[in-house]
Design a protein around this ligand. Structure first.
Ligand code: AMP
Length: 277
């Protein structure tokens, strides 16, 4: 696996890789890699493309009161995992490469970015869209892989790529979970042992609600009950909603492409999850 730390190195490595493999797949990450990220690397490799994984903890997508400083970082561990899983190029830009001091452009997506995470984390999707646009311009991948775990992010990036007619395909990859259902996340390591046991209730509440919604029950009572059960289990619920998958608009009942989405806090850890209905 080749490592690029400057744009010059990246361009050279990507040109060689494109010649060898015919196309490029990009996996954007913030590091602290786990099996969820590896599912994206696997999906990219399965396509036969050259696989580029970026690791960059993007300050622009963190709010002023959020956990940028304590976001987990483990470059050596990340590189070892990527090399073992068939990644061809690791792209590790520094802050000045991604955000030069004279930078004057950000990307603001509306539509699917407006509610839920957009409400709870003002500026978050502006940071995500901007860093993704930069990564797409730097790597020029044919495909970029994003986890369904961050459902709204996947829709926001897809919307941006469609609206700007960017010449790449966005591919969504199903959420990888622990055996008890908890979605893998770099933030799970901050759960205290008791919180880790409680955390499974997020998945369980979503699953129970999705089952009832799929049977045709209306969203309001089902969601109210799910919120109440999460509160009883010790969560502070930011939102739990039934939405249209691509637009994130709330729905009164299940229909094709409906998605159940949730964000809830346990102690200092904010968990998000979602599932198809
Ligand atoms: P992050 O490093 O948290 O920004 O995540 C980088 C990419 O990995 C995003 O596209 C996430 O949606 C994806 N991802 C994170 N956790 C999982 C998971 N448990 N299953 C699938 N994809 C994931």
């Amino acid at each position: 696996m080749l490592i690029a730390r400057t744009l010059d190195e990246l361009r050279r490595h990507c040109a060689t890789l494109r010649e060898r493999c015919g196309s490029l797949g990009l996996v954007p990450t913030m590091g602290a890699l786990h099996e969820g990220h590896m599912a994206l690397v696997r999906a990219a490799a399965a396509h036969g493309a050259g696989v580029v994984t970026s690791i960059f903890v993007n300050p622009l997508q963190f709010g002023p009161t959020e956990d940028l400083a304590r976001y987990p970082r483990d470059e050596a561990g990340d590189l070892a995992q990527l090399a073992a899983r068939g990644c061809h190029v690791a792209w590790l830009p520094d802050l000045a490469t991604m955000y030069p001091p004279d930078d004057a452009t950000t990307i603001s997506v509306e539509g699917p970015a407006l509610r839920w995470e957009g409400d709870a984390r003002p500026g978050h999707f502006r940071g995500v869209a901007t860093v993704c646009a930069k990564l797409f311009g730097q790597v020029r991948p044919d495909r970029a892989y994003f986890g369904e775990k961050d459902w709204q992010q996947l829709q926001v990036v897809s919307r941006m790529v469609a609206d700007l007619r960017l010449p790449l395909e966005i591919v969504g990859v199903p959420t990888v979970r622990e055996a008890d259902g908890l979605a893998l996340s770099s933030r799970n390591r901050f759960l205290l042992p008791g919180e880790r046991r409680q955390a499974v209730h997020l998945f369980a509440a979503l699953e129970a609600a999705a089952h009832r919604l799929a049977q045709g029950e209306g969203a309001d009572p089902v969601l109210d009950e799910a919120r109440a059960s999460l509160t009883r289990e010790g969560f502070a619920v930011d939102y739990l909603a039934l939405v249209d998958g691509p637009t994130l608009a709330p729905l009164p009942a299940a229909r094709p492409l409906a998605r159940l989405i949730a964000a809830a806090r346990l102690g200092s850890v904010r968990l998000i999850d979602n599932m198809a209905v």
